[in-house]
Design a protein around this ligand. Structure first.
Ligand code: FO1
Length: 340
């Protein structure tokens, strides 16, 4: 039977992990060697993508996490910068900055602008973000299906401890999360709903993976959409195991500034603290299993005592092999914990 895997993901770390999941499933089909391979071969992969980082700039709708996945999975991502397109030029961006239409701390590459202009044109023609995403994916078949977590426009704002209020992108990109955040707000989140594709993918899922994305502003924002937590817990009529991967290794964020976000919500930057933040399903939370880095092996026993089936595996995703190995470990953890 064709397995249905759903991954909740944010931007850069999420994109690398999803690329690993796609590769692990490909290898399971190409060279099946274990019973897990037989289960995973030809599995369908759906990705629920965070939309909280999205923003309007120069009249264009920018969707960073979506585009990180789109470009990474189509082999066009600038792996050095971590975002944007390979072979990018910035002639239009220089003009936009000269006009004062875009800030000097946020660059829209010429090829990248093609995506934003297409997206904005389709939105203005009345298409939903999900329909826009489907058109972008039609041009670059990814081997997975991306679904914006919601089709409702809900940007993340940051309220700093100094009382400033700014869009997440400014806090993240201009200030590199250096301004201590008091809280994160998603305006309009109460009226937001999971996108149709997200609901359908979760309903049919055999397994749900929480990518090693920012647990606050990426995974947290996805889960804060009304109805999303229940849709995840009821995935596959409640039979789909939920497996998370730590974005923290040895007390430090793998990339990005997840530590700044965790501090803002009072969660310690620690692989076990993040698991407890998501909670064990048996204790009213989400997790059936949780992967920590081999550096954090000492945390495993405590997590297991708290009802989270934890395991220590290599978490660094430096290349396709290490990403596929991490994804295979997450998939194996899910297969080991078939829900009743
Ligand atoms: N990140 C930067 O640090 N500087 C930029 O100028 C920048 C431009 C940019 C343009 C389009 C896009 O999709 C992403 C862009 N990013 C930039 C990355 C983006 O801010 C982050 O990847 C996500 O918001 C983090 O999840």
């Amino acid at each position: 039977m064709t397995r249905r895997i759903v991954v909740l993901a944010g931007g850069v770390g999420g994109a690398r992990f999803v690329r690993g999941v796609r590769e692990a499933v490909r290898r399971a089909a190409e060279a099946p060697s274990t019973s897990a391979d037989a289960e995973l071969a030809h599995a369908q992969i759906d990705v629920v993508v965070n939309t909280g980082d999205d923003w309007w700039l120069a009249g264009l709708r920018i969707a960073p996490d979506h585009d990180s996945l789109l470009y990474t999975l189509s082999g066009q991502n600038d792996e050095v910068r971590g975002w944007g397109r390979l072979g990018e030029t910035e002639r239009v961006s220089a003009e936009l900055q000269a006009h004062g239409v875009t800030p000097d701390w946020f660059t829209l590459g010429d090829l990248d602008l093609g995506t934003h202009i297409a997206r904005t044109a389709w939105l203005r023609a009345g298409l939903t973000p999900s329909e826009v995403s489907a058109r972008l994916q039609a041009r670059w078949p990814l081997g997975v299906t991306l679904h914006p977590a919601t089709d409702d426009e809900v940007d993340t704002s940051v309220v700093t401890t100094a009382g400033d209020r700014l869009h997440f992108q400014e806090w993240w990109t201009r200030h590199r999360a250096a301004m201590p955040a008091a809280r994160f707000e998603q305006e309009g989140i109460a009226d937001a709903r999971p996108s149709p594709g997200t609901r359908a993918a979760l309903a049919a899922a055999d397994m749900v993976l929480l990518a090693p994305s920012n647990p606050v502003v990426s995974i947290g924002t996805i889960l804060s959409i009304p109805g999303m937590r229940d849709a995840v817990l009821n995935a596959g009529a409640g039979a789909a195991p939920i497996v998370g991967v730590s974005p923290i290794i040895a007390g430090a964020a793998v990339r990005g500034m997840a530590d700044a976000c965790l501090t803002a919500i009072g969660v310690e930057t620690d692989a076990a603290a993040v698991a407890r933040h998501y909670g064990a399903r048996s204790a009213g939370g989400l997790l059936d299993a949780w992967l920590v880095g081999v550096e954090d092996e000492p945390l495993v026993a405590g997590l297991r005592a708290d009802g989270v089936a934890a395991a220590a595996v290599p978490l660094w995703m430096r290349d396709l092999d290490s990403s596929a190995a991490l994804a295979a470990a997450a998939l194996a953890a899910g297969l080991e914990h078939p829900r009743a």
